[in-house]
Design a protein around this ligand. Sequence first.
Ligand code: GLN
Length: 467
Amino acid sequence: MKTLIELHGELVSGATTVEALVSQAKKTITEKDGEIHALLGLYSDALINAQIAHAKDMFARGTATALTGIPVVLKDNIVVRGEKATAASKILEEYVATYDATVVKKLKDAGAILLGRANMDEFAMGGSTENSAFGVTKNPHDATRVAGGSSGGSAASVAYGAVLIALGSDTGGSIRQPASFCGIVGLKPTYGTVSRYGLMAMGSSLDQIGPFANSVEDAEIVFNAIKGADDLDSTSVKNIPEQNHTLKKKIGVPWSFVRREGVDAEVLKNFEASIEKLKGAGYEIVDVSLEHLEKSLSVYYVVVFAEISSNLARYDGIRYGMSIKDESMIKGYLKTRTEGFGPEVRRRILLGTYVLSSGYYDAYYNKANLVREMLRQEFEKVFEEVDVVAMPTSPIPAFKIGEKAHDPLAMYLADIFTVPVNIVGVPAISIPSGKTAENLPLSLQLIAPHFGESTLFAIGKDFEKLY
Ligand code: GLN
């Protein structure tokens, strides 16, 4: 697999062309997507051709970037002006976006070729892409298994080689876990570093857009292209602090949290081997205690439900999207939402409304936010001592399609290692670390302090060399 830098060199020298890259991507999609179903559709020819012309112009003028002419796939909850964006929901099946997300504008400016819309769990709720209203995405390593979720289509499209780069969104693990299941790199940036403008909101205090790539270096290039302050997102960080680049070469592992019931034996063995390799590469490993990690699933599934119930109130069948008319407006509203949303989305709206209802607000939502703050402080303290905290990305490798589809609790438990990161708002990266006996990809997750992406890239590149 070529890197972005290599491909850029070929584009500059004329060894390949933008048109050739786009045709190659389309050919791979035609050959493989029938089986994998990573994509919900391609963008219009008008958009693709305009982007090709723009990219060629940038090469001609000498203003091309490493992303110029590179085909990219977007999770279908990121809006592109004049194109469909469905969030894999029936309620938005025919929705056409009226503006560009900030990340879209940045990618277009960089000369990337936005090629198609990736499948996902409906409104990003899930961990397997089985909650898509438009069919499941299969894992390119084993088509009887899930690609992970909720950005399963983005991950699978990079894993089977349709594109080198895809964007996803991560609210509780939705970039890192599918990256892990599909054997590629996935980055969840610091909350507030990548604009959420034009990302359909799920849990607004947790959501972040980030890249999927074949290598840490490629993910870094995309992150640098999409990050930055944005007046259109009120939580966007205005002045991203400068990084202190001197590494302590110290990695913290919360061993008692990692060695827990429910973690697959091969996952644990692989994680221990990864840590040994890092030791061999000169990193000091210290056992760290983060007491409130144990509470993070409970905190996440209170906060996220609450925010979902508020955010999804806008899909009322009046302003946009599916609209079922009935004798009264309220009946039409109820019918639109019952028929437009799938079961997982309805479950979460109901539970979120419950935790926000008067009398329970303090008991659940406020308490969850208190624990959230305690966990943040614990992480801050640990980061005084170590560069990063390491954990597996997922307690299990890719599971069989249908295996957990009817057990929401089992599905939620699988998010144990990814949700703490979103609760605290720090950045984390998932990097391939080998395979199981059945040839299923496994990954190491590295977590850095706020704005510590460059630390993740530096240690991540060291780690990649060990495989
Ligand atoms: N699996 C988690 C959930 O279902 C995470 C989803 C996400 O990050 N979008 O909420």
